[in-house]
Design a protein around this ligand. Structure first.
Ligand code: ZN
Ligand code: ZN
Length: 115
């Protein structure tokens, strides 16, 4: 539909969703603005399964029935039916669990005073 947007890479999708092996069942928008698109299964042990995706495209392609505007930061959407989503705030546990911290560039911390 709206294809006139900047293709940023602010989103992360699990490889199942990217390869369309499984439907997208869970969208998480964490408080730092990172989007995650997951199949909802718990067999992702390695973060290397995560692929960077354009958030806008991912929602258009994989998530009919919901738009990015409906999921504020710190919220997640779970799929109920093919086109029905339930949006709710993330719990503190979920924030910790899902955190992939992909966009942290903290180079000022490493260089420090040595004893
Ligand atoms: Zn895009
Ligand atoms: Zn998956």
């Amino acid at each position: 539909m709206t294809s006139s947007h900047t293709h940023n890479k602010a989103g992360i999708a699990c490889s199942h969703v990217v390869r369309r092996k499984r439907p997208l069942m869970l969208i998480a928008h964490d408080a730092s603005g990172v989007w995650q698109f997951m199949c909802g299964k718990s067999d992702h042990t390695r973060q290397k399964q995560a692929k960077k995706v354009c958030t806008t495209c991912a929602i258009e392609d994989y998530a009919p029935g919901i738009t990015a505007d409906e999921i504020p930061p710190g919220h997640m959407a779970e799929r109920r039916t093919k086109t029905t989503w339930e949006v709710r705030p993330m719990t503190a546990e979920e924030v910790g669990e899902i955190d992939a911290s992909p966009v942290h560039t903290s180079e000022s911390v490493a260089k420090g005073d040595k004893p």
